[in-house]
Design a protein around this ligand. Structure first.
Ligand code: NAI
Length: 331
């Protein structure tokens, strides 16, 4: 089979060269987007989240039958369009629940203990404590939206910090209720009661702008918002306003709405933007400069152990497809 990989590092290339040596492999460093202008007659492709697979991109890949995304989320792939064309998509459903949960707590602790400001100060020889007082997590209320694999891990960690735990998810996990004193509540109650709100749900048509202009005012004054799930879950312009108005005291963010546009800023010059996209881009830039906000560059998944698990599952997904047995289908 002809298999094309996009967005791989050298060590990852070596892994697939060794594991999939029976196939004809090609490698492209860049993401697969509408700007991809090389010939590609691959039947299988493997991409990461900066590849945006829509109808325009699929038109460039006439032989394509299978996509193995090396990620859990697959909102960067137009699944309906793939289905229409008979293209199967597989994802990596589980590789880093602890990895992303640990990054979530890295953001929470960086905010609660002012780690960035503290480290920046001491680097220039300033040991003054005046502006460095933080707050305890013990006894605070954490509101976990989405108690699937990552959210459950966050719940277990929050319990270790002796936090009180609220959650919102249409699917209730009884084990979390029984073992960690978690209480499921409606979204509005979670927003109004939580000192820290953290998002762990997929982005889709139903969850886009789950936190928006319409409900951001319900958030407890002075709370913190953590987003390691997907940027589009939060209406960025509303987030900027909430920080401005002091509804939110701060935010820890690993994912930005339309983050591909921020990463590939040069493409902005050649792209036609809607008014909404322009507003999101501007709001992202305001967030980047806001000292109350800590932003990491979609890095929550990025531990050595998690990457190895991603590679192993991607190989299994590809081998499965080749053998006629589809596993981890994204739909
Ligand atoms: P999961 O599928 O195990 O859990 C998702 C949970 O969200 C489920 O319990 C589901 O019932 C719940 N949910 C769905 N719609 C909801 C709604 N409207 N309101 C509240 N809850 C809702 O997924 P997992 O593995 O925990 O991952 C969550 C998300 O984290 C992924 O979809 C992905 O977008 C993101 N992620 C981010 C990474 C990063 O590097 N920043 C890495 C890996 C995942």
């Amino acid at each position: 089979m002809k298999i094309a990989f996009f967005e791989l590092e050298d060590w990852e290339k070596k892994f697939f060269e060794a594991k999939l040596s029976a196939h004809e492999l090609s490698f492209f460093d860049e993401p697969l987007t509408e700007y991809f202008d090389q010939k590609c007659d691959a039947e299988i492709i493997s991409v990461f989240i900066y590849s945006k697979i829509d109808a325009k991109v699929l038109d460039k890949l006439p032989k394509l039958k299978f996509i193995a995304t090396r990620s859990t989320g697959y909102d960067h792939i137009d699944i309906a369009e793939c289905k229409k064309r008979g293209i199967v998509v597989s994802n990596v459903p589980s590789y880093g629940e602890n990895t992303v949960a640990e990054h979530t707590f890295a953001l929470i602790l960086a905010l609660s203990r002012k780690i960035i400001e503290s480290a920046n100060q001491t680097k220039v020889g300033n040991f003054d404590l005046t502006d460095l007082r933080g707050f305890d997590l013990k006894g605070k209320v954490i509101g976990v939206i989405g108690t699937g694999k990552i959210g459950s891990h966050v719940v277990r960690m929050a319990h270790g910090f002796e936090m009180r735990i609220l959650a919102f998810d249409p699917l209730k996990n009884d084990e979390l209720i029984d073992h960690y004193g978690l209480k499921y509540v409606e979204l509005e109650e979670l927003l109004s009661q939580s000192d820290i709100i953290t998002l762990h749900l997929p982005l889709n048509d139903k969850t886009k702008h789950l936190i928006s202009e319409s409900n951001i005012g319900k958030i407890k004054k002075g709370a913190y918002l953590i987003n390691t799930a997907r940027g589009g879950l939060v209406e960025t312009t509303a987030l900027v306003k909430a920080l401005e108005e002091g509804i939110l005291a701060g935010a820890g963010i690993d994912v930005l709405e339309d983050e591909i546009d921020i990463k590939e800023e040069w493409q902005l010059l050649s792209k036609k933007f809607s008014r909404e996209q322009m507003a999101i881009n501007l709001a992202n830039n305001i967030l980047l400069k806001n000292p109350k906000v800590i932003i990491t560059p979609h890095n929550a998944f990025n531990s050595q152990e998690a990457l190895q698990r991603i590679m192993d599952t991607t190989e299994e997904n590809i081998e499965g497809y080749v053998a006629g047995k589809i596993i981890n289908q994204a739909q």
